[in-house]
Design a protein around this ligand. Structure first.
Ligand code: AMP
Ligand code: MN
Ligand code: MN
Ligand code: MN
Length: 282
């Protein structure tokens, strides 16, 4: 058995730096308690939690890979690209993710106006009280406020009723270009990974084009085992990884003990024949 395949990897989760509820340090402790031995914090469009995550992970004896989840618009839909193992001091990557998140404040205000028109005032201000980082207001913060204020029974119903990509209170966003996100990650020495491919509503032709384009740009991996996939999708995307020659990644996408279906370190291992994305990085 290789060193890589003996590791328990969780390479996708969120802290208070984006839309998670635990600090980077608390996440590291939870990951370690749950048996994770190689970990990455992948906040949305933000890398300011990386030093705390790395220091905490190393103090706990885990391998650490720097991480980020970049919001991208491709073929008129949002795709998330995870970057792993990059230099966190790379100026172009830092500037790229800063630009990517820069439209979030105005978008949040517009979402608040949409709720006001629907007869629910004060939602922008409410969401802000849930955002640990004022530059990173996410739909998740809106969802938490709306549940706490009694407008919806749970987070999922907020998305179903209001905030899904085509939801009545959502505001469409023009995120980073796929080529930019992959370039920032690669030029900072990292590996680019398509996050939770099973979540995208593309046609089979669009999926094929996404994989081809991503590969041409230097994208190297896809998430196969993720909290967003069903067990049937683990098998489906393992086949995609084999077919396109992608390395495979694994991550819970943990956000919160009370909201997330899958805890840190709780997912099954990757199929043994796939090359893990952390190969030769640890
Ligand atoms: P944003 O980056 O602000 O567009 O928010 C995206 C975040 O919202 C995702 O990372 C998830 O945390 C959350 N999210 C998106 N769609 C759903 C959904 N259908 N159910 C629950 N959470 C969702
Ligand atoms: Mn999120
Ligand atoms: Mn995502
Ligand atoms: Mn995520």
């Amino acid at each position: 058995m290789s060193v890589e395949s003996r590791l328990c990897a969780d390479l996708h989760c969120h802290s208070t730096v984006s839309d998670g509820v635990l600090t980077p340090r608390a996440l590291a402790e939870r990951a370690s308690l749950n048996g994770v031995t190689i970990w990455s914090l992948t906040d949305h469009d933000e890398i300011s939690g990386q030093a705390e995550a790395r220091d905490a992970a190393r103090a706990l004896g885990m391998h650490y890979l720097t991480g980020v989840e970049i919001s991208v618009t491709w073929a008129a839909r949002t795709v998330h690209i995870v970057g792993l193992g990059f230099d966190p001091d790379n100026a172009a990557l830092e500037e790229g993710v800063r630009q990517t998140r820069s439209g979030r404040a105005d978008r949040a205000r517009r979402i608040g106006e949409n709720f006001a028109r629907l007869g629910i005032p004060g939602v922008f201000e409410g969401a802000l009280t849930y955002a640990g980082n004022p530059e990173l207001v996410s739909r998740t913060h809106f969802a938490r406020f709306l549940v706490e204020a009694g407008h919806c029974p749970d987070i999922q119903s907020v998305f179903d009723r209001y905030l899904a990509d085509d939801g009545i209170a959502n505001e469409p966003m023009q995120w980073a270009k796929l080529e930019s996100a992959v370039r920032w990650i690669r030029e900072a020495g990292g590996r680019a990974v398509i996050a939770h491919p099973g979540r995208y509503r593309y046609t089979p032709i669009q999926f094929a084009s996404l994989y081809d384009t991503f590969k041409e740009l230097g994208g190297e991996a896809i998430e196969v085992v993720t909290g967003s996939h069903t067990p049937a999708q683990f098998i489906e995307f393992a086949a995609i990884a084999r077919g396109y020659g992608f390395m495979a990644s694994c991550g819970s996408d943990f956000h919160s003990p009370s909201e997330s279906r899958h805890d840190l370190g709780s997912l099954p291992p990757l199929p043994a024949d796939l090359t893990p994305v952390w190969k030769s990085l640890v």
